[in-house]
Design a protein around this ligand. Structure first.
Ligand code: NAD
Length: 499
């Protein structure tokens, strides 16, 4: 048993609120530790530390801040296995997948080494008689990130790396389900040279989140999690005058055209549908074969591959395709949704509901499930299941297939598998979804592009990582300057124009 407190002012501190949550080992179902749930006073202490440290950090030249990110990348590489192990133990994902979680965050830290370039302003000489105009990009001050359980390394790094590289001080409120890795990241940032107080981790639940949203010194909040909470945070944060961006849930479709390479499409669906037990916001949860003949071929090839998926604890190493779900509630919720699909009349062609992991009977495992004949009106189609459940929704033709993701509430990711360039181009152009894959099932953009969904998958302006992250965590000031030699005598009463 271990206890996780907070990371405030450059050190681990114990929680003082008297409230805590249990941390489970998802593979065994046992409680392995506890995490403190911060009170508003503890959040305030973190903000005070951040506020005191931020001006000097902002005044540190961007090249020096970039060197801290460079060192941080080196330390992440050094501790990769340690971080991935801590991650798998609390999240349950396989060890190689946990390393991928750290690596994708590391790549954002790498991108942030470009801070001197990203912070550059613009300059126009002679914009008027003797007049120069320039813009400067400045950090906001103290900013915050609230992150979900499913990527406890990557998503915190999406948030704090650009914010800190830009000269802000950061308050991270990670998920209470798997808090160990965010604490380790804060220690590594300190070791990399970020001054104490520049990255604080405040663990907690709704109480800590509300304290962040109401704190007058926090200028911006970046959130990632489920859509109802995203909407709540967006509303409350904005009404308190903060800059807020919130990324929510998803239902990602993969269209399979009749001309697609069927074996490659099936492999793509298996990895994207069941990897990380489907607990990814970019997981493919709906396969849309175009035409009955394509659908029959697809389902026939999918069934044996879904049945052959290897499930187990992270300790089983590379031998496992996916692990348990994160909590008992998540397991119950997913099993309930599978029951619901059966009641609604979808055809459950692979039923993983009775899966029991030998030696791990109390773990939060759910066997892989595959539904055929899923239709638009069903709850299992409308809801984000967030488990190892793939639905096949058959489409008559291309237009019918396009209509499914177009009319779905969510708009995070989507993919098309085809050999037809015209169809792929038309699809990428017309689809109303933030991230599109062409023969790529999980089109998560690399760190130097931006990541963000449309519709109910994203609220607010600007995306995550890439140049947008620097824009989100900074503001622009525009200076118009003229020296005495350029100033005409006498007062001017009409608005100056360029006429
Ligand atoms: P969640 O919404 O339950 O929790 C996210 C964060 O909000 C956590 O830090 C949590 O402590 C906090 N929170 C939870 N309930 C709250 C409440 N009532 N008031 C205030 N704060 C609250 O999400 P989760 O279960 O941790 O993560 C899974 C969800 O995240 C899925 O819907 C998934 O699609 C989504 N997700 C989206 C993206 C994206 O970029 N769009 C990326 C990863 C995950």
């Amino acid at each position: 048993m271990y206890e996780i407190g907070h990371f405030i002012g450059g050190k681990r501190v114990a929680g003082k609120s008297g409230r805590s949550a249990e941390i489970f080992n998802p593979a065994t179902g046992e409680v392995q530790g506890t995490v403190a749930l911060a009170s508003p006073d503890e959040l305030r202490a973190a903000v005070e530390n951040a506020k005191a440290a931020q001006p000097e950090w902002a005044a540190t030249n961007p090249q020096r801040r970039a060197r801290v990110m460079m060192k941080f990348v080196e330390l992440l590489n050094r501790d990769m296995d340690k971080l991935a192990e801590a991650l798998s133990k609390e999240h349950g994902k396989t060890f190689p997948d946990a390393k991928g979680d750290v690596q994708r965050g590391l790549e954002v830290a790498e991108f942030c080494i470009a801070a001197p370039q990203m912070m550059k302003g613009e300059f126009s000489e002679g914009a008027g008689p003797g007049i120069d105009i320039y813009s400067i990009r400045q950090p906001l001050g103290v900013v915050a990130g609230i992150t979900p359980f499913n990527f406890p390394a990557m998503i915190p790094m999406w948030k704090f790396c650009p914010a800190i590289a830009a000269g802000n001080a950061f308050i991270l409120k990670p998920s209470e389900r798997d808090p160990s890795v965010p604490m380790m990241l804060a220690e590594l940032m300190l070791e990399a040279g970020a001054p104490a107080g520049i990255l604080n981790v405040v663990n907690g639940d709704k109480g800590a989140v509300d304290a962040i949203l109401d704190d007058p010194d926090i200028q911006a909040v970046g959130f990632v999690g489920s859509t109802p909470i995203a909407q709540y945070i967006y509303g409350r944060g904005c009404s308190n005058g903060k800059r807020v961006q919130c990324f929510g849930g998803a239902k990602n479709h993969m269209i399979v055209m009749p001309d697609a390479d069927m074996d490659k499409a099936v492999d793509a669906l298996i990895g994207a549908g069941y990897g990380a037990a489907g607990e990814r916001c970019m997981a493919v949860s709906v396969a849309v074969p175009v035409g009955e003949e394509t659908a029959d071929r697809l389902v026939e090839k999918l069934i044996p591959k879904v049945e052959a998926l290897k499930i187990g604890p992270w300790t089983a190493g590379d031998d496992v395709d996916f692990g348990p779900l994160v909590t008992r509630e998540a397991q119950k919720r997913v099993l309930g949704l599978v029951d619901r699909g059966v009641e609604e009349g979808a055809k459950l062609v692979v039923d993983g509901r009775n899966f029991k992991m030998q030696g791990y009977e109390d773990g939060f495992f759910v066997g892989a499930c595959l539904f055929d004949n899923v239709t638009k009106d069903m709850d299992i189609y409308k809801t984000e299941i967030f488990g190892p459940v793939l639905s096949v929704a058959r489409a008559r033709d291309y237009e019918d297939a396009l209509d499914l993701p177009m009319s779905h509430e969510y708009g995070n990711g989507v993919a098309i598998f085809t050999r037809d360039g015209d169809a792929a181009r038309d699809f990428a152009s017309r689809i109303n979804i933030g991230m599109v894959g062409i023969n790529v099932p999980i089109p998560v953009p690399l760190a130097y592009y931006t990541f963000g969904g449309w519709k109910a998958s994203g609220f607010g302006d600007l995306n995550q990582h890439g140049p947008d992250a620097f824009r989100f965590y900074t503001r622009t000031k525009t200076v118009t300057s003229r020296w005495p030699s350029g100033i005409k005598d006498g007062a001017e009463f009409s608005i100056p124009t360029m006429k």
